[in-house]
Write a protein that binds this ligand. Structure first.
Ligand SMILES: NC(=O)c1ccc[n+]([C@@H]2O[C@H](COP(=O)([O-])OP(=O)(O)OC[C@H]3O[C@@H](n4cnc5c(N)ncnc54)[C@H](O)[C@@H]3O)[C@@H](O)[C@H]2O)c1
Length: 273
């Protein structure tokens, strides 16, 4: 262990995984802890949050789980209160919660459009709204602000072949919210960056019936094959690839990096100009 996050406290929102295996949030929480951070594992699914916290504890790291609905301000306020109560500070916020609903603008029910905005954009807005004042206080007291990482997607900058209007629009909104917030708080050493994962092989993709349908009539194996074939590197990425990118942005090594879109995609966005 190199302890690149020694002494830091991280909140990972969406630290569970939607199914067995490693999702981006679960891997990120685990890597943060392996690098010395104390991690608050927040998830709507209490069992999933506790599973990740237990993995970290079993490895000798420090973590605890908080059941949180990131679409609700009171739930976020409770999360921030618990993080401060237990660990006394917040240095890193990883906004990982996101859902993908398949559908074009014609097909998508309006309620779905609004729900995806709430889960994918309002969540990050609310989390930043409650965490940034904590980081501002820390800056005033110690000169240290914090690092916020918003998990976007390459769907925010490209049409990836899957018709998901709400997903693409919400992730594009998240990118620009990232940029404008980064400028606004840069002087207080609060860095705000986005990660744009490409085609990752995660439980989230496996459990999205709509996605498997869009790729290959619901056949998961066919979907994996088709996604591998799309990528210049010849294969999908893993949750760990997103986690290591988040680790860099969370660490002091990225102290002069703010407002960027870090693409983690095996080269696929180079293809779809
Ligand atoms: N897997 C991919 O191919 C891919 C590609 C690009 C971007 N992404 C992005 O990565 C992120 C998710 O990655 P993951 O692998 O961790 O997904 P995941 O679905 O496995 O985990 C997300 C977690 O968020 C939780 N969650 C859902 N709604 C919530 C809410 N309202 N409040 C709190 N928690 C909630 C779920 O319970 C789940 O445990 C998303 O933002 C997604 O858009 C994924």
């Amino acid at each position: 262990m190199t302890e690149r996050l020694r002494g830091k406290v991280a909140i990972v929102a969406g630290a569970g995984s939607i199914g067995p295996g490693w999702g981006n949030g679960k891997a990120t929480a685990t890597i943060f802890a392996r690098e010395g951070a104390r991690v608050v594992c927040a998830d709507l699914n209490r069992d999933a949050a506790e599973e990740t916290a237990a993995i970290i504890q079993n490895e000798g790291g420090q973590a605890f789980a908080v059941q949180t609905d990131v679409t609700r301000a009171d739930s976020i306020a409770d999360l921030v209160g618990q993080a401060l109560g237990r660990y006394g500070r917040i240095d890193i916020l990883d906004n990982n919660v996101g859902i993908a609903e398949v559908g074009s603008v014609v097909d998508l029910p309006e309620e779905t459009w609004e729900r995806v905005f709430k889960v994918n954009v309002t969540s990050a807005f609310l989390a930043m709204k409650h965490v940034i004042p904590v980081m501002q206080r820390q800056f005033e007291e110690t000169g240290e602000g914090g690092s916020i990482i918003n998990i976007s997607s390459i769907a925010s900058i490209r049409h990836t072949g899957v018709p998901y209007a709400s997903y693409s629009a919400t992730k594009a909104a998240l990118n620009h919210l990232t940029r404008t917030t980064a400028v606004q708080y840069a002087a207080q050493k609060i860095r705000v960056n986005a990660i744009l994962p490409g085609l990752m092989k995660t439980p989230m993709v496996e459990h999205s019936a709509g996605l498997a349908q869009a790729y290959g009539e619901g056949d998961i194996a066919a979907m994996w094959k088709a996604r591998d074939a799309q990528v210049p590197m010849g294969h999908m990425g893993e949750a760990w690839d997103v986690a290591y990118a988040a680790l860099f942005l969370a660490s002091d090594e990225a102290r002069y990096v703010t407002g960027i879109e870090l693409v983690v995609d095996g080269g696929i966005t180079l293809k779809y100009g």
